[in-house]
Design a protein around this ligand. Structure first.
Ligand SMILES: *Cc1c(COP(=O)(O)O)cnc(C)c1O
Length: 404
């Protein structure tokens, strides 16, 4: 590699690979989404209404689930699912440390205690053995993340849940359109929660969805997510009109709006196109970075799974590089390439450090992942040229910082 040693990183005084900054993410909103939102505004039905009902039905059909409930976010979907499954004070809920913290906050919001398990190293989801070791008589549910858009080890985790009397709630914020065997993510656990946050594979700006094959659970989630209000009560009292409703629980306010669903309906139509563009970027990265494996570990698509490529995390082999992970990120930014880190482990955040204090969970694989990971940009608006620039910048930095 010495023949290319003249190639100095911009962070070390050279010139950058790109002139124009490539953001870590750019949303893919086109004329159709804009037209649908405009039509919704003109028709005047802004909140929960016909478009949300249609979006919910089409989403359930797409995933192959019998029921779906649209929510204001994935965080709300996770909270309502746990709550509707009866998670409350005295319960423990297991999840893995490499996740977005809102998936842990909601456990506390239910009055339950979060328990963090370590990840396993093929899908970076919860390690079944670690989950089994964390199980106690108080364990009530497992929140399992499909990290980066690849199905976690769902089947062994389901077995552990069934054996231990635990519910399985899946955090599929990254995993819309992921598959495991012949089925889509959304039909395995008791409830599966999706996110339509701006950066997710399909978006409504803010939004979420729960899918489940349990009709009663879907009803409870819908009721809790809309004031605890039973809107069909008027049908049971002959003399009452459509103005009548009954409140059955002190519910929350977590519904999706028709303005958001207008965007979601178009995004759902475009799902294949969006997914294939992400796959093209992933394929370019996997092909063109393969020979850097002595210096970086690449993510891989496990057999029997369709990866959505929501994230493309590379892990630096720091023992063979002269730079730190943070320096590598800084140097990529200097090449005009935006990156991110997914995730800062839950127990490293100030609140959870204080929460667990000296009983902080020991999660060596989560820690190792965090210390070495860099999420490269990957999204449908990236061109082949953008992907080539990312590849060139990574190659340039590995060349420069590699120990020879
Ligand atoms: C984005 C994300 C969430 C939260 O989704 P919102 O829709 O923003 O509430 C939860 N879990 C994971 C893993 C995420 O990436």
């Amino acid at each position: 590699m010495s023949s290319e040693g003249h190639d100095i990183p911009a962070a070390e005084g050279g010139s950058p690979v790109r002139d124009k900054y490539l953001p870590f993410f750019v949303p893919d909103i086109g004329k159709r989404e804009i037209a649908e939102v405009t039509a919704t505004l003109e028709e005047g039905w802004l909140t929960y209404g016909p478009r949300t009902r249609l979006f919910t039905q089409r989403f359930a059909d797409h995933v192959g689930a019998s029921h779906a409930v649209a929510t204001s976010s994935c965080t709300a979907a996770l909270f309502l699912s746990l709550k509707a499954l009866g998670v409350g004070p005295g319960d423990e809920v297991i999840t893995s440390g490499l996740t977005f913290t809102s998936a842990v906050h909601v456990i506390l919001h239910c009055g339950a205690v979060p328990v963090l398990a370590d990840i396993e190293e093929t899908t970076f989801g919860p390690d079944p053995e670690a989950v089994e070791r964390s199980t106690t008589s108080r364990s009530r549910a497992l929140v399992a993340i499909h990290y980066g858009g690849q199905a976690c080890l769902v089947e062994p985790l389901l077995q552990i849940c069934r054996a231990g009397g635990m519910h399985l709630v899946e955090d599929a914020a990254h995993a819309f359109d992921a598959t495991l065997g012949s089925r889509a993510i959304g039909v395995f656990g008791d409830a599966t929660c999706f996110s339509f946050y701006a950066t997710k594979n399909i978006t409504t700006g803010e939004g979420g969805m729960v899918t489940t094959n349990d009709g009663e659970l879907a009803e409870r989630i819908a009721l809790l997510g809309f004031h605890g209000l039973d809107g069909d009560a008027w049908q049971r009292y002959e003399e009452k009109g459509k103005w009548f409703y009954e409140v059955l629980a002190p519910g929350y306010k977590c519904n999706l709006t028709d303005m958001a669903s207008a965007i979601g309906l178009v995004q759902l139509d475009r799902a294949d196109e969006i997914r294939e563009k992400r796959r093209e970027v992933a394929t370019a990265f996997l092909t063109e970075l393969a020979d850097l494996e002595p210096w970086i570990d690449l993510p891989s698509e496990q057999p029997d799974r369709r990866h959505t490529w929501h994230l493309f995390p590379i892990r630096l082999r720091l023992d063979r590089l002269t730079c730190s992970r943070d320096r590598f990120i800084h140097a990529l930014a200097a090449e005009n390439i935006g990156t991110s880190v997914h995730f800062i482990p839950v127990h490293r955040h100030a609140f959870y450090r204080e929460f667990w204090k000296e009983r902080s969970p020991r999660l060596p694989r989560t820690e190792d992942f965090y210390s070495r990971c860099v999420s490269l940009p990957i999204y449908s608006r990236m061109t082949a040229g953008d992907a080539a620039d990312v590849i060139e910048a990574v190659r340039k930095l590995v060349r420069y910082y590699s120990l020879s």
